[in-house]
Design a protein around this ligand. Structure first.
Ligand SMILES: [Zn+2]
Length: 387
């Protein structure tokens, strides 16, 4: 059994369950994990609410003053801060922002303090939230704040390296953008971001960083990486490209890993673009754990609530080193009817055709071969100093 720090509180669930894009999801997730008996085996840690100063490590004061103001009476839209169609203000917003950021920061601190080698914050992973505006159902940049906290953990003498891997169906635009500027400087960057995601014209979010790296470009930033996939990506495609993530990790040698486990690429999600299954997703987590580096696991997208709960219960059990079998029956609990008609843990792949051809995946592999050698070149002096 592995020690796992698990960040949760009734307050966090209450606020998070009001997230307009995922109403009730937080409650369903934590309830299923409890029903499987997993919450007795993790180290439950209550999140400390992020202070204004904690939030201002990334967000602007104008944005914070808007989202931290009580919303109940004045729930008018603030288009200038992205608080409109995708991200409407909601009554719990002023509690949600410091609680979700605080949960991710509490998880990061648990790793820094060596409370456990794995920390889980399923309410975090809000990878589209920007410095001064909400976007894509995300109101708070908990991923960025956690990365900043881990990066600072080493102190002035030890330059800590953190690798952010994003499994969400959507590109991690805000997180990638937040660290892209520092990655392009001459100094070896401390943070590497890598997003495996779906890309197609018009697919959210539009970002110049969401393409396959261009090895011929002078502007190539080998520390801000994108691995775009076509529609219907199944578990075989995921596990094939995962080998490239392994190689990037070997070249970068991170001290911490932050894994955003958005599950909207799973089969059965209303986005209906990805076709991953729980088996493949579990293999990816097993791979990360084998790296032997402290891991912060965050949530993210996932719009089929029972499947998100299934996935995160399964990943929690893998983190504990005692995986639930995929055919495990859903335990009898208050939300049991949600899990019809299968009433089992598994999320199997669907019938969607995988449009990632062998030729395309070979192109991705060739590109990443080049990226990995550039990372090795850039890391060589840093690795020398560290050892
Ligand atoms: Zn997403």
């Amino acid at each position: 059994m592995t020690d796992v720090a698990y960040i949760v509180s009734a307050e966090l669930i209450a606020a998070s369950s009001q997230l307009p894009s995922n109403k009730g999801r937080s409650s369903a997730v934590h309830t299923l994990i409890h029903a499987f008996g997993l919450s007795k085996r993790v180290k439950v840690i209550r999140p400390v609410r992020a202070s204004y100063k904690d939030l201002a490590a990334y967000h602007t004061r104008e944005y914070l003053d808007t989202v931290l103001a009580p919303q109940s009476s004045a729930s008018h839209l603030h288009t200038e801060y992205g608080l409109d169609s995708d991200c409407p203000p909601f009554p719990a917003l002023d509690a949600y922002v410091p609680l979700v950021a605080g949960a991710a920061l509490t998880a990061a601190q648990a790793l820094i303090d060596r409370v456990a080698p794995i920390a889980i914050c399923w309410d975090g992973g809000r990878h589209h939230a920007q410095k001064s505006h909400a976007a894509g159902f995300c109101y708070v940049a908990d991923c960025v704040l956690a990365l900043i906290a881990l990066k600072r953990a080493g102190g002035p003498k030890r330059r800590t390296r953190v690798m952010y891997v994003d499994l969400d169906l959507h590109f991690s635009d805000a997180v990638s953008q937040a660290f892209a500027a520092s990655a392009s400087s001459a100094r070896t960057p401390q943070i590497l971001t890598l997003s495996i995601h779906h890309a197609a014209p018009g697919f959210y979010p539009p970002s110049p960083l969401a393409a396959l790296p261009d090895l011929a470009s002078q502007a190539l930033d080998p520390f801000t990486l994108s691995l775009p996939l076509h529609a219907g990506a199944g578990p075989d495609t995921l596990l094939r490209v995962w080998k490239l993530v392994e190689r990037v990790r070997e070249a970068f040698v991170p001290d911490y890993v932050v894994l955003q486990c958005g599950v909207d690429a799973l089969a059965g999600d209303p986005c209906a673009v990805g076709n991953w299954d729980l088996q493949g997703l579990g293999e990816v987590l097993r791979g990360v754990i084998r790296w032997g580096v402290p891991v912060l696991m965050l949530g993210g997208g996932g719009y089929n609530t029972p499947n998100a709960a299934r996935a995160w219960a399964s990943l929690t059990s893998i983190a504990l080193g005692d995986p639930l079998p995929l055919d495990a029956p859903i335990p009898d609990h208050a939300n049991f009817p949600l899990y019809a008609p299968s009433f089992t843990l598994d999320v199997p792949r669907g019938t969607m055709q995988d449009q990632n051809t062998d030729a395309y995946l070979m192109e991705v592999e060739k590109c990443y071969e080049g990226v990995v050698s550039v990372i090795r070149e850039r890391m060589a002096p840093a690795v020398g100093v560290a050892s």
